[in-house]
Design a protein around this ligand. Structure first.
Ligand code: ZN
Length: 492
């Protein structure tokens, strides 16, 4: 395979709905923006899946020779509870419940998010900007949209005029929605009286009395609308047009649709060249959601401490499981599927160990160059990780038959195979080494998880849970002691 075809990546562009050759605007530089978390609660596994997709995209683009500027934001203000420009600020609500400052909530859940990203071996983005650090730019963008006639102020809030914008521009193209249908399906809800049309959305909201997070603006004290920060931060760091914008499928509408409308209304430019959306994670065939009781956290997944989990699974098992499905397809979580992934991963890891011990022969029982090309071709075909992994499984059969003396590989082929497995498994899929259960470091990690759950339970005055964790540990000979320096544990 030539160097040119090695980086001939094809992506399914959400906007064109076609698979097309990815041509960066400014090669070898690539601008990648991914909508990050809103830091008011723990991330759940569905979020982890979406971020893992873009982690693999980042790894792959880097591997095939691009220099990627990867921007993933932190939403630390501006989300209202019901997402229709009404209700309480999610972060402020959490701050009240946990009796903390809003910025303590932001820090706490940002730290927690970073812990989860490290646990699942996701690389850090190049820039991780926060919404609150870009208030001035957001206010300026609102001013440009007003100046161009696509937003209006009412009583200290500013709304984007969707019908006016849609009269001369396309609106709804990304999500495949039509303005008449949207109109027919929208009901007036509380807090919407100020809008000229129910389709309009807030780009700046007046802070009502008692609202904790607010900033001065030309329209009085308030805070930015949710969609605004991504329009501002993506173009600030990646330029007025940039290569790839990613996020979960649920962000396509209204979030990403509104981002496009804001940028076009403010600057006359649709900033994004390729849109990529990661699909949902379901659990036993049902959408993962807290209200369904199946929105388990990464910690519960590792400990197995959830009614839907037969037992715990290691972070790399979870990561491998997610990558055995194409990012654009829904992925269903079940104990059977997790156990199958665990076995599969063990098989690949064992084959890599076997590969290191193979004795070279005189002949080649495998066309290693073609094998390598097939791995590249799968990844270049819209990041088809399941096909690439299937390819790696095919290779295991050859490795094992060489080990059993039923086939041969030359020294050069063995070296090249080692290289391919290490590149694809470690660099691209991001599967790192893990200690087996029972090893000291895993025990320490697991105890850390349990002690944190106990501390959270105590903080929430859920003493039944904190006591149960202590008693269950005591039953297996682990005693825990609360000291000034924190909680310590020992095994009898
Ligand atoms: Zn966003």
């Amino acid at each position: 395979m030539s160097a040119a075809s090695r980086n001939a990546l094809f992506l399914t562009n959400t906007l064109s709905r076609k698979k097309e050759a990815f041509i960066p605007q400014n090669p070898p530089h690539v601008g990648l923006y991914v909508c990050g978390p809103t830091v008011y609660s723990d991330v759940h596994l569905g979020n982890v899946r979406s971020f893992t997709t873009f982690d693999v995209l980042y790894r792959w683009l880097t591997h095939i020779g691009y220099s990627v500027r990867y921007v993933r934001n932190i939403t630390d203000v501006g989300h209202l509870v019901d997402d229709v420009d009404a209700g309480e600020d999610k972060i402020a609500k959490r701050a009240r419940l946990e009796r903390l400052e809003p910025m303590e909530i932001v820090q706490k859940y940002t730290n927690g998010f970073h812990d989860v990203m490290r646990l699942f071996n996701l690389k850090n983005p190049s820039i991780e900007p926060t919404a609150t650090a870009h208030l001035i730019e957001q206010i300026k963008m609102v001013e440009r949209i007003i100046a161009n006639g696509y937003a209006y102020e009412v009583n200290g809030s500013v709304y984007f005029d969707v019908p006016k914008f849609a009269a001369t521009h396309s609106y709804g193209e990304l999500s495949g929605r039509k303005i008449d249908e949207l109109m027919a399906n929208t009901r007036d809800t509380e807090g919407q009286e100020e809008k000229r049309s129910p389709l309009d959305f807030a780009i700046w909201k007046k802070a009502e009395a008692g609202h904790l997070m607010h900033w001065p603006s030309p329209w009085g004290e308030g805070f930015p609308g949710w969609h605004l920060e991504c329009s501002v931060m993506s173009t600030k760091y990646l330029g007025q047009t940039f290569d790839i914008h990613g996020g979960g499928m649920d962000l396509k509408f209204p979030h990403h649709e509104c981002e496009i409308a804001q940028s076009v209304a403010a600057d006359g430019v649709n900033p994004v060249r390729y849109w990529m959306h990661g699909n949902m994670l379901t659990v036993n065939g049902r959408k993962m959601a807290k209200s369904e009781g199946n929105g388990f956290t990464p910690e519960e997944l590792l400990t197995g401490n959830h009614k839907l989990l037969e037992r715990g699974y290691s972070p790399m098992t979870v990561r491998f499981f997610m990558l055995q499905c194409h990012y654009a397809s829904t992925l269903d979580f079940s104990n059977e599927a997790m156990q199958a992934s665990e076995k599969g991963l063990e098989k690949l890891r064992a084959a890599m160990v076997t590969l290191g011990k193979l004795k070279p022969g005189a002949a080649d029982g495998m066309d290693v160059a073609a094998f390598e090309d097939a791995c590249y071709a799968a990844m270049n075909d819209d990041l088809n990780t399941p096909i690439m992994i299937a390819q790696l499984f095919d290779g295991v059969r050859v490795i094992n038959s060489v080990n059993d003396g039923k086939a041969e590989l030359t020294a050069a082929s063995i070296e090249r195979l080692k290289q391919v497995y290490s590149t694809m498994m470690v660099d691209v899929l991001g599967i790192r080494e893990e200690e087996k259960k029972g090893d000291d470091s895993l025990t320490t990690d697991l105890m850390g998880v349990l002690l944190k759950m106990r501390a959270d339970a105590k903080a929430n005055k859920d003493f039944a849970t904190s006591d149960r964790i202590r008693d269950t540990l005591a039953a297996i000979g682990v005693t825990i002691k609360d000291t000034k320096e924190g909680t310590i544990w020992e095994h009898a």
